[in-house]
Ligand binder design. Structure first.
Ligand SMILES: [Fe+2]
Length: 368
């Protein structure tokens, strides 16, 4: 008899309320090394389960309560694992759609930002490490770098008594499909992007020195090219800086996507200048990037740091321009999977029927 399944939303809720559950990942070790569910345990049982080896998972025991959720890449081998465990009398269910669908799982953390009155909620796509933000002030809200389905932002905004009025992007993304346009259509909000001729849909352009109002708060625009030519950062009430993929907590944005080798070198120089401008902001400025390279825990703790902390952790930021450029170009990680197709869709402002097919895998936007 097939084992019962649990949806991504069901498992997400269990983890968010810290319910006892053992998440058992049965994928091959190399796939797990790419990305995994925070707190999950691993049994490299994939091949054994596929060939029906009777000893597969024989020595597995739940480590957190009696309930077990088995996970694989797409939800088939995890079904075999759950059936095997149920035959042993364990309360095991299989994650529907596997890691591919888990790619849409999310959690939230409130960002505390001394001296500001607007509230900031960080929404994290836990598997992919995409970070997006809801900024709420006087009943109005703005969303920065939407990477989740529109209803997620609507739900969180409604819980806070906010109406989403503005949707902003820091740049044209290469490793997740932007949900900004869909969210703007869904909510009737104004869609704002840094000035660019890259996209083929209508938007409100943002330029250096513009200030966008969100309730009683202000978002000041910094044009910070380098990661991409149009990249911008947004400074909230002079305290919190939404850095997109220009600056991470211990890394900087890669300058080479959709660029020739010569363009990447030029962009690395431009990135250096952009970063120097950001580093001139007060050291206590809270840095809020759009990606993290680790799966995000269900711990309610925001992924953020002060500009001073970021500077301490990121040796590239302390290099001369020439060293910065040569180091960045030698340390580039592999390009994100499917990035040409993702960029093309983001420039067109369209979403495929199943976005997770293109988005699978961890984030690769940073150079550390
Ligand atoms: Fe990016």
């Amino acid at each position: 008899m097939p084992a019962p399944t649990i949806s991504t939303e069901g498992l997400r809720e269990l983890l968010e309320r810290r319910a006892p559950v053992t998440v058992l990942d049965v994928r091959p070790a190399a796939e797990r090394a790419e990305w995994s569910i925070p707190g999950s345990v691993h049994a490299d049982a994939y091949e054994a389960l596929r060939r029906g080896d009777p000893t597969a998972l024989a020595d597995f025991h739940p480590t957190n309560g009696d309930r077990v959720v088995t996970v694989c890449a797409a939800g088939k081998t995890s079904m075999l694992a759950a059936e095997r465990l149920r035959a042993r009398g364990l309360d095991a269910v299989s994650l529907q759609g596997g890691m591919r669908v888990w790619s849409l799982a999310w959690n939230t953390a409130e960002v505390r930002c001394p001296g500001t009155t607007p509230r900031i909620v960080q929404l994290r796509r836990t598997g992919k490490g995409c970070l997006s933000y809801l900024i709420g002030s006087n009943g109005a809200a703005a969303v920065v770098d939407a990477s989740l389905e529109p209803q997620v932002y609507r739900r969180v905004a409604e819980n806070h008594g906010w109406r989403i009025c503005t949707v902003l992007e820091t740049h044209v993304h290469a490793d997740h499909l932007s949900r900004a346009r869909a969210l703007a259509v869904d909510t009737g909000a104004k869609l704002c992007l840094p000035t660019t001729d890259r996209v083929s849909f209508e938007f409100t352009p943002l330029n250096e020195h513009d200030t966008l109002r969100v309730g009683s708060a202000g978002l000041r625009v910094f044009h910070t090219p380098g990661h991409t030519p149009e990249s911008a950062c947004y400074l909230l009430d002079e305290r919190a800086l939404f850095t997109g993929d220009t600056l991470f907590l211990a890394a900087v944005g890669r300058p080479d996507l959709e660029a020739s080798a010569e363009q990447a070198r030029r962009r690395a120089h431009v990135l250096h200048a952009s970063l120097q401008r950001l580093l001139a902001l007060p050291p206590e400025t809270v840095v809020l990037p759009t990606h993290t390279s680790e799966p995000v825990e269900f711990d309610g703790r925001p992924i953020s740091a002060t500009l001073e902390e970021v500077q301490e952790r990121t040796s590239l930021l302390r290099e001369t321009e020439e060293t910065f450029v040569s180091q960045i170009l030698t340390r580039l990680p592999p390009t994100p999977p499917n990035h040409h197709r993702i960029v093309a869709l983001n420039e067109a402002g369209t979403l495929p029927d199943d976005p997770t097919e293109l988005e699978a895998g961890a984030n690769r936007c940073a150079v550390a």
